[in-house]
Design a protein around this ligand. Structure first.
Ligand SMILES: Cc1cc2nc3c(=O)[nH]c(=O)nc-3n(C[C@H](O)[C@H](O)[C@H](O)COP(=O)(O)O)c2cc1C
Length: 195
């Protein structure tokens, strides 16, 4: 069986971001699973023009464009900024539209406070729905993230291993079902795959 392509997007370009630790750790967990192919995209690596935005400039980001075209789903690592998401994350997502349709998305919420980014995830759900993404219902929440990893980025709380397994099991299920659907059930949104 083909692997599921499930890239991870680190959704902030803040210089001292803590979200880099959960993002890298989760990628390493995903790489252990034989049914998953992944790679990390970092909002830092997207250099945007000051005077343009959106799908009109997607060809300036061919790696992102081509990976999402092939992808079966997406993991978004979203730090909570004033109960919302970063502008950098939204700018990356807004580069594409039809490329996301009928694919799975799973959220990793990250916060300094005690709620683990639950509010940023809730804020993102209506937005990703408009992108055509289907949201899983098993989030991964890193509360007090600055205390959850050490200075070298090593995870300090082993409870996250089971949480990540449950999170990935659900994402794999959703991505598998949606892949089958895209390949076998006709839709005007993906005519090339259904004939
Ligand atoms: C602009 C800004 C707004 C923030 N708002 C919140 C917030 O609403 N709730 C919270 O728990 N932490 C908040 N934080 C702290 C971040 O959640 C914290 O820095 C965490 O590590 C994730 O963000 P980071 O990857 O940029 O470090 C905020 C941080 C910034 C930079």
């Amino acid at each position: 069986m083909d692997k599921l392509l499930l890239p991870v997007l680190l959704g902030t370009n803040r210089r001292k971001r803590n979200s880099v630790n959960p993002a890298k750790w989760l990628v390493s967990e995903m790489e252990k699973r034989p049914e998953i192919e992944t790679r990390l995209f970092d909002a830092c690596d997207f250099v945007f023009p000051q005077d343009d935005y959106g799908q009109g400039i997607k060809d300036q980001f061919p790696e992102w464009r081509d990976t999402i075209i092939k992808a079966d789903g997406l993991v978004i690592v979203a730090p909570e900024y004033n109960h919302g998401y970063s502008g950098a994350l939204k700018a990356v997502l807004d580069l594409l539209l039809k490329e996301y349709i009928h694919k799975a998305v799973a959220f990793v919420g990250v916060s300094a406070g005690p709620w683990g980014g639950t509010r940023v995830i809730e804020a993102m759900v209506p937005m990703v729905r408009e992108l055509g993404l289907a949201v899983t219902f098993s989030d991964l929440n890193f509360a007090k993230v600055q205390k959850t990893f050490d200075a070298e980025g090593r995870l300090l709380d082993p409870a996250f291993e089971q949480r990540a397994k449950d999170f990935l099991d659900e994402l794999v299920w959703m991505a598998t079902v949606l892949k089958w659907g895209r390949e076998n059930v006709s839709s005007k949104h993906h005519p090339n795959q259904t004939g």
